[in-house]
Design a protein around this ligand. Structure first.
Ligand code: G3H
Ligand code: ZN
Length: 287
């Protein structure tokens, strides 16, 4: 069932587990997430970047596909459709198209502007029962053209943004989009604990979930993280399985070139990655 992210995150925060945000790209991705979360009775957040929405034919088509598939597969678990790293304009377009959750990423604006725009977007979204995520400090690396410096969040700024009434809060704590370099210093748990303290218990979001070791994920959850975003890891799993199929020449055997066959190993690989994440985050049977 398509719902806002608010309740599922409050429950996760209270009960001490994380809800996965799995970023989607196309039909295979949406099917893989919806069928897997239903099998494991887990809540989930579908992350949609502006680039992915454009690729899928626009915000309205994303909502049409998700709602239709949600109904087709009798999905009973809560599913939020969330704009990922939204711009100011993108946030309004996604809201208009019926997204049930919005991230306004104003982290690249001067702080006062991030604050003012977040406040305005919270008001517009809450009027429609749509949950909002804000960000302070930036996530390192690049995601879909959104480049971050990896700047650690300032707790004073976090407190002010959280006071706008956002439902979930992302802070840069040394996390990076994409794969982590071998010399990565790890998450800054001191800043994370401080951010949770000054934000008054709002569920926190951990971006850059690809490849974060299990102990760090668990520690982050214990310090208030209730949503963990994963994108690159599924893309890598899909690409590796597809490569294997083609390198083994399976597309040249019988009707192996049929897209329904050609895309199947990648599809199964995405499902397996999702299962592992839901188990690691502790959201299995929490729907
Ligand atoms: O917003 C989405 C993410 O933070 C995903 O990061 O591609 O490193 O898993 P990732
Ligand atoms: Zn992110």
């Amino acid at each position: 069932a398509v719902v806002s992210a608010k309740e599922m995150l409050l429950k996760a925060h209270k009960e001490g587990y994380g809800v996965a945000q799995i970023n989607i790209n196309n039909l295979e991705w949406i099917k893989a997430v919806l069928t897997t979360v239903e099998e494991l009775k887990s809540p989930v957040i579908l992350g949609v970047s502006e680039g992915a929405a454009k690729y899928m034919g626009g915000y309205k088509n994303v909502m049409a596909m998700v709602r239709t598939l949600d109904e087709h597969y009798n999905v009973s678990v809560p599913v939020a459709v969330h704009l990922d790293h939204g711009t100011y304009e993108g946030a309004y377009k996604a809201l208009e198209a019926g997204f049930t959750s919005i991230m306004f990423d104003g982290s690249h604006y001067p702080f006062e502007e991030n604050l003012a725009k977040t406040k305005e977007i919270v008001k517009a979204c809450h009027a429609k029962g749509v949950s909002v995520e804000a960000e302070v400090g930036s996530i390192g690396g690049e995601e879909d053209g959104v480049i971050g410096a990896g700047e650690i969040a300032d707790p004073k700024e976090c407190a002010a943004i959280a006071a706008t009434g956002v439902d979930m809060f992302a802070a840069g704590i040394g996390n990076i989009h994409g794969t982590y370099p071998p010399n990565w210093k790890g998450l800054d748990f001191e800043v994370l604990a401080e951010v949770q303290r000054v934000t008054g218990g709002v569920p926190l979001v951990l971006h850059g979930g690809t490849g974060i070791p299990e102990e760090m994920v668990k520690k982050a959850i214990s310090l208030g993280v209730s949503k963990i975003n994963v994108n690159t890891e599924l893309q890598l799993a899909f690409a590796a399985a597809t490569r294997k199929y083609i390198e083994e020449g399976k597309d040249r055997q019988g009707k192996g070139f049929d897209p329904r066959k050609l895309l199947n190993p990648g599809y199964e690989a995405i499902k397996q990655t999702i299962r592992e994440k839901l188990e690691m985050f502790g959201s299995v049977n929490k729907a």
